[in-house]
Write a protein that binds this ligand. Structure first.
Ligand SMILES: [Zn+2]
Length: 142
C-alpha cells in the first residue's frame, strides 16, 4: 500500500510505501527530507494542494500575529507536529493574509485548527490548546 505525501519544500507529490515508521524518506524531486515535521507556512494555493493530494491528515492552524492565544499556542502546535512525521502534515495560515480562506471555512475565532482528510474537513477546534491536547486530537484521525 502506498501513501501520497506533499513535499514541504517543493510541493511535489511523493508516493511512498506505507510504513509504521520511516528511517529515511526524501523527496524525489528536491531531495528534502519528508520526515521534517515542522509546520509548513501555507497560503490558499499551498493549502489547496495539500488538501487535494495528501493521503495524510492535513492539520491547519489559522492564526494571526496580533492574537495572543495564537502566539501562546504556536510552540505547542510545532511540538505536536514533530510527533507526526509522515503521519500527518501540519500547516500554518496567517488569517490576515488569507481572508478568503477564513470566509470559505467560516472561521469566527482564532486560533482555529481544522483537520482535513481525503479532501474534506473532518474536525476543528477553536481556542488555544497545549501540545498534549493537540496530539491526542490529531491521533483520533491517524
Ligand atoms: Zn521536494
Amino acid at each position: 500500500m502506498n501513501v501520497n505525501v506533499v513535499c514541504p519544500q517543493c510541493l511535489k507529490v511523493n508516493r511512498l510505501p506505507k510504513k509504521e515508521t520511516y528511517a529515511k524518506a526524501n523527496c524525489g524531486e528536491c531531495k528534502a527530507s519528508l520526515l521534517d515535521a515542522k509546520p509548513v507556512i501555507g497560503n490558499a494555493s499551498i493549502m489547496a494542494k495539500y488538501v487535494a493530494n495528501s493521503d495524510l491528515p492535513v492539520v491547519v492552524d489559522f492564526w494571526a500575529p496580533w492574537c495572543g492565544p495564537c502566539l501562546q499556542m504556536a510552540p505547542h502546535f510545532e511540538k505536536a507536529a514533530t510527533a507526526f512525521a509522515l503521519k500527518a502534515q501540519f500547516m500554518k495560515i496567517n488569517s490576515d493574509d488569507e481572508q478568503t480562506l477564513g470566509a470559505k471555512y467560516n472561521i469566527s475565532g482564532i486560533p482555529c485548527v481544522i483537520l482535513f482528510k481525503e479532501g474534506k474537513e473532518v474536525d476543528r477546534f477553536t481556542g488555544a490548546r497545549d501540545s498534549t491536547q493537540i496530539e491526542a486530537w490529531v491521533r483520533k484521525y491517524i
